[in-house]
Ligand binder design. Structure first.
Ligand code: BTN
Length: 332
């Protein structure tokens, strides 16, 4: 996979030589790559290539980038805060991976798990999350909460702010938020956040923060998505950004922003993030429709309160709505 990532044509023979294995073993490995969803082309008489190459995740590059950036802002803290970085080729779900570890009694505090591909990526409200190979970012961070879930009220909204700010730091502007925590660009979904909690909800518990951001969505996977979506590659093109940062750079920058947030959240809480969230609100002042199970409420978005609940001006007055199974749509 790493040999083919350069996008050049490699003969079966040269691949075999580089890896010290037989042509038959190479063929088997190529088959495995194809099964993973790597877009492999066989060029008659010459060998194999991945057209356009692959922007693979790399443990060392990501870690170096993370330490360099985190330590600049927080001297000597970088090595302490990220307790483990996992970079997997394929998992069912990076969040499930951490929840499994935690259920087996391992500490997942400060563990970040990335995967090139998820076979059962999950989204909010029981939906699935398209996770094709080496195209987008899928990762989860484990974090221990001392004082029950109440202490992390509004956290998923603050995570949205941290991700927008990480993208802004690359000059990727105009990414906004849709309550509670969808990343949007010009009304289309760029990314999503899923918070899961295990343990004692009133005391010490483990939080698994899952993030999916579309970087360069392949056509085939795109066809499976049932809502308007966008990826960073097309945003960068639209905004005239010369080069899109690599997935490793994007990943490291997101980790820096998220770890800084997680470390201070139990003491600062959502009030610290509220204004920034409201500045990024894609639907501020707009008429929306909220789906609350079978019930529907319409009203004008008036921002969020200190707990991260949505404030809606309805015909019954100003109402607040807490997360969960609520879905928000613009009123057309
Ligand atoms: C949403 O529906 O908006 C939330 C999507 C969250 C997807 C991410 S990808 C990494 C992590 N692992 C999962 O299975 N889901 C989250």
């Amino acid at each position: 996979m790493r040999l083919l990532a350069d996008g050049n044509i490699h003969s079966g023979e040269s691949l075999g030589e580089s890896l010290g294995i037989s042509r038959a073993a190479i063929w088997k490995q190529l088959q495995q790559l194809q099964d993973l969803g790597v877009p492999l082309t066989s060029v008659k008489g010459l060998g194999y290539c991945v057209e356009g190459g692959l922007d693979l995740l790399d443990y060392n590059i990501m870690l170096e980038n993370f330490y360099a950036m985190y330590s600049k802002a927080n001297p000597f803290e970088g090595k302490k805060i990220l307790s483990e970085l996992q970079v997997e080729t394929s998992v069912d779900s990076t969040s499930q991976n951490l929840l499994r570890l935690s259920a087996r009694g391992n500490s997942i505090h400060g563990v970040a798990c990335f995967a090139e591909k998820q076979t059962a990526g999950r989204g909010r409200r029981g939906r699935s999350w398209q996770s094709p190979f080496a195209s987008n970012l899928y990762f989860s961070i484990g974090w221990r909460i001392q004082n029950g879930v109440a202490a992390v009220e509004g956290l998923s909204l603050a995570v949205g702010v941290a991700l927008c700010e990480a993208l802004q730091s690359f000059g990727l502007d105009e990414v906004q938020l849709k309550w509670p925590n969808d990343l949007l660009y010009r009304g289309k979904k760029l990314g999503g956040i899923l918070l899961e909690i295990s343990g004692d909800a009133a005391g010490e518990c483990n939080l698994v923060l899952g993030v999916g951001v579309n970087v360069s969505m392949p056509q085939q996977a795109a066809e499976e998505i049932d809502q308007a979506w966008v990826d960073l590659a097309s945003i960068a093109k639209e905004q005239g950004l010369a080069v899109l940062p690599s997935r490793n750079e994007l990943a490291a920058r997101m980790l820096v922003h998220l770890f800084a947030l997680l470390e201070s959240y139990e003491s600062l809480g959502f009030p610290h993030w509220r204004k920034r969230w409201e500045q990024l609100d894609a639907y501020a002042g707009q008429q929306v429709r909220l789906q609350l199970g079978a019930k529907e409420v319409t009203g004008e978005v008036q921002g969020v309160n200190d707990a991260g609940a949505l404030l809606l001006k309805t015909h019954e007055g100003l109402q607040t709505f807490i997360g969960g199974e609520i879905s928000l749509r613009p009123l057309l």
